[in-house]
Design a protein around this ligand. Sequence first.
Ligand SMILES: Cc1ncc(COP(=O)(O)O)c(C=O)c1O
Length: 536
Amino acid sequence: MPLARHLNTDFLVRTSQDHKHIHSSTGHLATHAYGARYGTEPVPKYRIPSKGVDAQATYQLLHDELTLDGTPALNLASFVHTWMPKEADQLMMENISKNLIDQDEYPMTQVLHTRCVSILAELWHAHSSQEAIGTATTGSSEAIQLGGLAMKRIWQERRKAAGKSIHEPGPNIVMGANAQVALEKFARYFDVECRLVPISKESHYCLDPQRAMQYVDENTIGVYVILGSTYTGHYEPVKEMAALLDEYEERTGNNVPIHVDGASGGFIAPFATPKLEWDFRIPRVVSINTSGHKFGLSYVGVGWVVWRSKKYLPKDLIFELHYLGSVEYSFSLNFSRPAHPIIAQYFNFIHLGFEGYRNVALQDLKNARLLSRALEKSGYFDVLSDIHRPVETSTVVPGGKQVIEFDEENVENYVPGLPVVSFRFSDKYRAKYPEVQQKWVQTLLRAKGWIVPNYELAPDLQSVDILRVVVRENTSAVMIDRLVGDIVEVAEGLGDSDNPTSALSKLESRKTEEGRRGKLPDGSGSKSNGTYAKQC
Ligand SMILES: Cc1ncc(COP(=O)(O)O)c(C=O)c1O
């Protein structure tokens, strides 16, 4: 039979079954491993089975299918936290069925919610945490929509009060071209013109405040400033942007507020670099969002938005609900919301305290520096993120001599940013191996279990592709040790042009100390005489 170029594997599997004449109307039946054991029938994949399957068998069936997912702990592509202490798991399970919206029925859950908002307002230096107002959201995406909506409403009210049109030419919002999709979504979903400020190497691949000012006018509802950039972890300069907008207001009378997207940085900066001013200490910052499920160290499902005062959340966006006998207030995009992620967030605040969060943030940054330096030292990679680069501090000692001080352990001595390492093949590597494509590193690392994405930078720099590792709490120094070994071996394997399959063969080898230790050298055993099976 000639080899076909494209096989229909659905058809192939269906026609290879014992009873190929028995199949569902959609032709998609899953015969599962435990069918014989539990006496269950094959389950249709794309329509509801007419008869249900026993819970134990269902669990095993889904459990096995889900093992095909990547391992969350090795998913270095994601900012999302993947581990909590078992006591937190227990607490979440105990409260899994509570709906946050049922404020009257679950008043204590509401109290914990309010405490979380207050804690964040304090951390972010709201003038008074009593005056600040905020809510839990489903991650930063919803929080960003709410922050944007509040700025839009305030702009509309101001325009109407001045007797000006809110439709011609309509509102716009300014952000760096590196903005995460949630920010652009706000503009598209809520009819606001999205003005993307081009990024460059000089602007550290994120918002350039000077350039941003060219996009600001009387119809700008606000500027989204990102702490820090999803691509490279750089913090955008909130203070510099605010100073330029202050100057602009003085000149024109136009007030343009800032919403800080602190999806990740909102939980890193206050703990790692508390002296850095990016939050409500800057009067122009009216609202801030963060993801509790990123460096807030909770499982996926929780975000936050906080306004510096009620003044910046127009009443029009707050719904008064007369529901099940009580009056409740709601300012979120959806109605029902699980309460357990909020409980998990509060668990972290109590369990870790300021010091605990700081220790985790410092350790993440330390591990990110380790990875950055190792990659740079390999010579195969350039690192685009800057958190491992020192900011020089010098003191003048008696006699007028300047001494450069550098304490490698002190986070204050480095460029502030997220524990993110963005890197790409060095020019030397590219020149030596021009045929090697960087995206193959992603594929080969995946075969070793690591999930490290390779993607293009934002518009204007889309010809630059980067590999990115988010260093989270579970990305320990031991794991980084192994990761560096694997990345270097993959890069070397790809460069071996004499042997195009060498990168694949490198998947099995391990040149590191860990790979060698406890192993006998090649040739240590007697030759197989073919009488025993090699595979087991
Ligand atoms: C800067 C930034 N903003 C917003 C988001 C969206 O956050 P979430 O996934 O919590 O909705 C992300 C996610 O990575 C991000 O990095």
